[in-house]
Design a protein around this ligand. Structure first.
Ligand code: ADP
Length: 373
C-alpha cells in the first residue's frame, strides 16, 4: 500500500524549481505510517511557502482516501522553521485574550499573537501531571463526568499520545466516523470523547516527531465536530517536556489543573508542571491530590501509605488552590479499568461526591477567570 500512497501523492502538483513538480518530488511528504486501513503522513512545507497549505492537505487526503482499503487518513502539517524561528515547532496559532489572575503574570503588553479559539467550545481545561502513573487520566475522566453532572456540556480530548488510555477508561472500542470531512467524536455517558488512541493502536506504537504530534493534536482540537461545549477537558501527556510545553503554548487553554500523588517526588514534578503553565501564561486553577489516604476495601480503615496532605501543604506554599484529595481505593481502579468510571457506576458513593465537589470548584474558578477577562 505504501507504493500506492506515494503514487497518489505524486499526482499533487506544487510550485518548485522543476516545472510540473509534485509534493513527493519536492520532498514535502514524510513519516508515512500505514496501519490496517489507516494512513498517517506528514506534509512539511518550507517556512516561506506561499501556496495554500490547507488545499494541499485536502487534495492529499482525498487522493489517499481514494485508494482501495483505506478508510481513515490523517495528514499532519508541519512547517520547517523560518530563519531565526523557534526550532521544530509548528507555526504558532492565534491566542485568546490573556487571563489576568495570578501573581506571577508578567506585566506589560503581551506581544504574542492571540491563539485561535475553537468554534463552539467555551473553555479548554488541561489536566496535567508532572509524571506518569499518578492517576491523571482517571482524574480527567471522573472530573469530566463531575462537570457533566453540574449540567455542563462536556468533551474529553485525550492528548496523551504516548499512552492514550481514555478509550479504555470510557469502555469505547469503536472508531469515530468522518462526516463532511470532520471527525465525529464518540459520545459516552453524555460526554463527547476523542482520543489519539482511536487513530493509533495501543499495541503498535507510532513514533511521532514533535511537529507531527502538534499538528495531529491541533487537528483534533480544531477539526473534530465538538458542537457546543462548555468545557473541553484535555488529558495532557504526563511530564513537562517539549511536547507538553508546546501543547500548553499552542492550545487555547482557559486553565489547567495538576494531579499529584502525596509523595514528595511527585510534588517536585508537580511544581515543574506549575512552572510550565505559568511560563506560558496559562492560569493553574489548582492541585488535586490523588491516591491520598488508602481505604481498606475489607475493614474500611484509612491508612496514609504515601503520607497525606503533601499536596495541600504544597498548594498553600505555592499560592495555588487545593482542589481536593481522592483516596486510593480499589473501587476507583476497578470501575476505571472496567470502562465505567466511578462517577457513573456509583454516583451516590463517596468517591463520586469527591469528584463532583472538585468539579464544582473547577467550574467556579473557570467562571471567575472568564469574569476577570
Ligand atoms: P496516569 O494517567 O497518571 O498515567 P491512570 O489514570 O492511568 O494514570 O492511573 C494509573 C492506575 O492507577 C490505573 O490502573 C488506575 O485505575 C489507578 N488509579 C488511579 N487513581 C486511583 C485511585 N484514586 N485509587 C485507586 N486506583 C487509582
Amino acid at each position: 500500500m505504501h507504493e500506492q500512497v506515494i503514487e497518489q501523492l505524486r499526482t499533487i502538483p506544487v510550485p518548485g524549481p522543476v516545472e510540473g513538480s509534485n509534493i513527493v518530488a519536492e520532498g514535502l511528504v514524510s513519516d508515512i505510517v500505514i496501519d490496517g486501513g489507516k494512513v498517517i503522513f506528514s506534509i512539511t512545507t518550507p517556512g516561506d511557502f506561499s501556496g495554500d497549505i490547507a488545499a494541499l492537505r485536502e487534495a492529499a487526503e482525498a487522493k489517499v482516501r481514494g485508494i482501495d482499503g483505506v478508510d481513515n487518513v490523517l495528514v499532519a502539517l508541519a512547517a520547517t522553521p523560518a530563519a531565526g524561528g523557534g526550532g521544530d515547532k509548528a507555526p504558532a496559532p492565534k491566542r485568546p485574550p490573556t487571563l489576568k489572575r495570578g501573581p506571577d503574570r508578567p506585566v506589560g503588553p503581551d506581544m504574542r499573537p492571540p491563539k485561535q479559539s475553537v468554534t463552539g467550545v467555551k473553555s479548554i481545561l488541561a489536566v496535567a501531571s508532572g509524571k506518569g502513573g499518578v492517576g491523571k487520566s482517571t482524574t480527567s475522566v471522573n472530573l469530566a463526568l463531575g462537570l457533566r453532572s453540574l449540567g455542563l456540556k462536556v468533551g474529553v480530548l485525550d492528548a496523551d499520545i504516548y499512552g492514550p488510555s481514555i478509550p479504555r477508561l470510557f469502555g469505547i472500542t469503536e472508531r469515530p466516523e468522518i462526516e463532511n470531512d470532520r471527525i465525529v467524536p464518540i459520545e459516552k455517558f453524555g460526554i463527547k470523547v476523542m482520543s489519539m488512541g482511536f487513530l493509533i493502536d495501543e499495541d503498535s506504537p507510532v513514533i511521532w516527531r514533535g511537529p507531527m504530534i502538534m499538528s495531529a493534536l491541533m487537528q483534533l482540537v480544531n477539526e473534530v465536530e465538538w458542537g457546543d461545549l462548555d468545557v473541553l477537558v484535555l488529558d495532557m501527556p504526563p511530564g513537562t517536556g517539549d511536547a507538553q510545553l508546546t501543547m500548553a503554548q499552542q492550545v487555547p487553554l482557559a486553565g489547567a489543573v495538576i494531579v499529584s500523588t502525596p509523595q514528595d517526588l511527585a510534588l517536585i514534578d508537580a511544581r515543574r508542571g506549575l512552572k510550565m503553565f505559568k511560563n506560558v501564561d496559562v492560569p493553574v486553577l489548582g492541585i488535586i491530590e490523588n491516591m491520598s489516604t488508602f481505604i481498606c476495601p475489607h475493614c474500611g480503615e484509612a491508612s496514609d501509605i504515601f503520607g497525606h496532605g503533601g499536596a495541600r501543604d504544597e498548594a498553600g506554599k505555592l499560592g495555588v488552590t487545593f482542589l481536593g484529595a481522592i483516596p486510593l481505593h480499589m473501587d476507583i481502579r476497578k470501575f476505571s479499568d472496567s470502562g465505567v468510571p466511578v462517577v457513573v457506576s456509583d454516583p451516590e458513593g463517596p468517591h463520586a461526591k469527591i469528584y463532583r465537589d472538585i468539579a464544582l470548584k473547577v467550574a467556579a474558578l473557570m467562571e471567575e477567570d472568564e469574569d476577570d477577562d
